[in-house]
Design a protein around this ligand. Structure first.
Ligand SMILES: [Mn+2]
Length: 240
């Protein structure tokens, strides 16, 4: 049975067409696979499990229905939805995964990441990430009043948009040294990630082994390949 990988849907009430496409994907495509991995940024913003909208509710319900058909769904946190928590897991039937997370597929060692940690040349982002993603900050953020969290969300999004305009294309892509360091650390044969919105794959050699880096496209307007499928020992890429 096949395994499916997606990332960077950035679901929000502002982009109902993406939510529609994803709901269709869940019914038609996801149920065909044994496992679906969502590698971060499922939602454009997630300010805590107690602060979800109607769009979120529809998505959670649809995810739950897929898991009830027997397809397991695993979700990593992205840089937009890192406050996904226990209640999300209960309502959606999905299981949250650490980042990075290593899986064994037919004796290939596949390392799954959202990918933001790989963009290590972006020093200001990495500094922010370190601050915001530690246990203490996460606890504080989760316990802020809803109105404050809404304001924090708006500020973070504006800052992210502004930052993207200011930074060069190279800085916002992965850093090869970091990719190699992570591969060495986990002894992986493949790395699958999203975040950069640059779908495709590349290979490189590390200690005489051939390593594959597979990148998932986002679900926005780009209409590029946004799905990787592993079936009968091979990866293939498609658009949904
Ligand atoms: Mn991201």
């Amino acid at each position: 049975m096949s395994i499916c990988f997606i990332a960077d849907l950035h679901l929000s009430a502002d982009r109902p067409e993406i939510a529609q496409r994803f709901l269709h994907f869940l019914q038609q495509e996801a149920t065909q696979h044994r496992t679906l991995y969502i590698l971060g940024d499922l939602f454009e913003v997630w300010l805590g499990d107690d602060l979800s909208s109607q769009v979120h509710a529809n998505i959670l319900y649809a995810l739950k229905r897929v898991t009830e058909t027997g397809t397991a769904i695993y979700v990593q946190h992205g840089n937009r939805d890192f406050l996904l928590g226990r209640q999300f897991e209960e309502l959606s039937g999905c299981q949250l995964l650490e980042d990075p997370y290593l899986i064994d597929l037919e004796s290939e060692q596949i390392l799954l990441m959202h990918g933001d940690q790989l963009c290590s040349d972006d020093l200001s982002y990495q500094k922010y990430r370190k601050w915001v993603r530690n246990r203490f900050s996460l606890w504080v953020l989760r316990h802020l009043p809803k109105s404050v969290r809404r304001r924090v969300g708006t500020t973070l999004r504006q800052r992210s948009e502004y930052g993207k305009q200011q930074k060069s294309v190279e800085i916002m892509d992965v850093t090869q040294d970091t990719v190699e360091a992570v591969t060495r650390q986990w002894n992986s044969t493949h790395l699958v990630h999203g975040h950069t919105h640059r779908p495709g794959y590349e290979t490189f050699r590390l200690e005489n082994r051939l390593i594959y880096r597979l990148v998932l496209g986002d679900w926005g307007a780009s209409q590029k390949e946004n799905v990787w499928v592993f079936s009968e020992g091979e990866f293939s890429q498609r658009h949904y």
